[in-house]
Design a binder for this molecule. Structure first.
Ligand code: F0G
Length: 433
C-alpha cells in the first residue's frame, strides 16, 4: 500500500522519506495509508491468518504479520525479535457484571512491554533510512525497548530519563543493553522537550511516539486482539494513558479497520490516567475545549506525564470511538494490581490502572451490565519490583500512597524461619490450616 505523511491539524502531506517529526504548522504527523490499492478485507484477513503457520521471522512477529497495514520493508531490513503474539487471557467477568472480560498481556513482549511493537517498526525504518543514532525520552519502558532494538540494529542509542523516577527493572535493561543513559534533573515532559530539540540539532532519529512509525506498530495490539477473539472486538477497550501514543494508535487502527471493512461496529476506548497525572482526563471533562498541562505525580511512574505529546491524535481517537477518559487514585491502582497479580496476570502499576478504571466506569454505569471489555496490560510485573514488594510488605505509605491502610489486606510478607526441617514442616502445616 502507498503511504505518505499527513498532518493531523492542517492536512499537509509529505513523503515518508522526509526526516521530519512535525508539519511546518507544528502539527503531529500520521502515516497515511492509501486504501484504494488495498486488498479486500476478506483477502487481508486470510493473508494474516495464513502467516500464523509460516516459519519466517517476519510472519512469526505479531507486528510484521500485519505488514500491509504497518509498513512494507524487505524482510532482511526488518529489526525483529520477533515481538507481539502476546497472550489474551479470559478473566472472570461476573464481579463487574460484564458478559466477558479479557486481558491482553503486552508484558509478554521481548523487553516486557508494548513498546516493542512500535519500536520494531521505528527502528527498522530508521535503519532503512540510514539513521546515525537513535534517541528517546522515557519513563522507562521506551528506553528499555529502544536499547534492545538499537543493540540488534547495531545503532548507537541515547535515552533521557527523569532521575530517580523510573522503575529499577527498566533502568537495568537500558544499562545492560548498552544505551547511553542520561538521567535528567526534571520530569519526563522536560526530557521529551529536550530530545525533540536534540534530534533536530544533532541529526538523531527520535523514536518516541511523536515518530508516526511507532504508532503504526502499536496498532497491531488491536489487530492481534481482533484475530485472537475470532474476528470480533469487545464493546470496550481499556488502556492506560500517559504520553497517549497507544490511545492514538488504537484510534488509528480502528479508523482503518472500519474503512477497510474488517469491522462494522467500532468498540469504545476507555483511557485511564492516574489522578496525579491526568491532564487528558481533565481536558475530556470540558469536551477538549481547553488543555492544561500539569506537574505529574503518581506511583505508576510509567504514566507520570503532565504534557502528553500525542494529545491531538488521542482526542481524535476518543471522538471516533465515542470513548471516555477517567482517572483513578494510586490506591485504586495498587488494589487492582494486587487483584491481577493474584490471578497471575501480574503487571506493573500503570497497567493495573485499566482494571481500576473499569471498576470505576462500571460503578458509574458508563460501562453497562452485560457489556464486554478488553484490558490492555501494558507492562510486565518484573519491571517494578520495588512497588510490588512494598505492596506485599505493607510499605505503601512510605511511597506516599494515602490509602495505604486499605491496602493492608494485600500483604504477603515473607517469614524468617530457622533452617531445621521440623520447624519448617510445622510452619507449612500451620499455613495450610
Ligand atoms: N503503560 C506502560 C507500562 C507504559 O510504559 C506507558 C508509557 C504507558 C502505559 C502509557 O502509554 O504513553 O502510549 O499513553 N510509557 C512511556 C515510556 C511514556 O517512556 O516508557 P502511552
Amino acid at each position: 500500500m502507498n503511504r505518505q505523511l499527513m498532518c493531523v491539524r492542517c492536512g499537509s502531506t509529505y513523503p515518508c522519506e522526509d526526516w521530519r517529526l512535525r508539519c511546518d504548522c507544528g502539527g503531529l504527523l500520521d502515516v497515511q495509508l492509501d486504501m484504494d490499492g488495498a486488498l479486500s478485507h476478506a483477502d487481508l484477513a486470510t493473508t494474516f491468518q495464513t502467516r500464523l503457520s509460516s516459519p519466517l521471522s517476519q510472519d512469526l512477529s505479531g507486528v510484521w504479520r500485519y505488514r500491509e497495514l504497518v509498513l512494507d520493508l524487505p524482510p532482511g531490513e526488518v529489526v525483529t525479535f520477533p515481538e507481539g503474539r502476546t497472550n489474551l487471557y479470559a478473566l472472570d467477568p461476573t464481579p463487574l457484571g460484564l458478559s466477558a472480560l479479557w486481558a491482553k498481556h503486552e508484558g509478554e513482549n521481548p523487553t516486557g512491554s508494548f513498546k516493542d511493537r512500535g519500536m520494531t517498526v521505528a527502528v527498522s525504518w530508521a535503519r532503512h533510512q540510514g539513521a546515525r543514532a537513535l534517541i528517546c525520552a522515557s519513563t522507562g519502558n521506551t528506553s528499555a525497548s529502544l536499547a534492545a532494538y538499537g543493540a540488534r540494529a547495531h545503532l548507537p542509542v541515547f535515552v533521557l530519563i527523569p532521575e530517580g523516577k523510573i522503575a529499577q527493572g527498566k533502568l537495568a535493561q537500558a544499562l545492560a543493553y548498552g544505551a547511553h543513559t542520561l538521567q535528567i534533573d526534571g520530569s519526563f515532559d522536560d526530557a521529551m522537550h529536550a530530545v525533540e530539540q536534540m534530534a533536530t540539532q544533532h541529526n538523531l532519529t527520535l523514536v518516541n511516539s511523536l515518530n508516526p512509525f511507532r504508532l503504526e506498530g502499536q496498532k497491531t495490539i488491536i489487530l492481534d486482539s481482533f484475530f485472537q477473539l475470532g474476528q470480533i472486538l469487545p464493546d470496550w477497550i481499556v488502556v492506560p494513558g500517559g504520553n497517549l501514543g497507544n490511545t492514538s494508535a488504537f484510534g488509528k487502527a480502528l479508523i482503518e479497520m472500519k474503512a477497510l471493512g474488517l469491522i462494522d461496529r467500532v468498540p469504545r476506548l476507555a483511557v485511564i490516567q492516574a489522578e496525579g497525572a491526568s491532564p487528558f482526563a481533565r481536558a475530556a471533562q470540558g469536551n477538549f475545549r481547553h488543555f492544561e498541562p500539569m506537574q505529574p505525580e503518581t506511583i505508576a511512574t510509567a504514566i507520570r506525564i503532565g504534557n502528553p505529546v500525542s494529545y491531538d491524535k488521542a482526542v481524535r481517537a476518543i471522538r471516533f470511538t465515542n470513548g471516555v477518559v477517567t482517572s483513578v487514585t494510586d490506591g485504586e491502582i495498587l488494589q487492582a494490581k494486587h487483584d491481577l497479580d493474584r490471578q497471575a496476570v501480574g503487571c506493573e502499576p500503570a497497567s493495573a490502572a485499566t482494571l481500576a478504571g473499569l471498576r470505576r466506569l462500571t460503578r458509574e454505569q458508563v460501562v453497562r451490565c452485560g457489556e464486554s471489555a478488553l484490558l490492555i496490560i501494558t507492562g510486565n510485573l518484573l519491571k517494578d519490583p520495588d512497588t510490588t514488594i512494598a505492596l506485599a510488605t505493607g510499605q505503601t505509605a512510605a511511597l506516599g500512597v494515602t490509602e495505604a491502610s486499605s491496602l493492608a489486606a494485600c500483604a504477603n510478607e515473607p517469614r524468617h524461619v530457622p533452617s531445621d526441617p521440623e520447624t519448617i514442616g510445622r510452619i507449612i502445616e500451620e499455613e495450610l490450616q
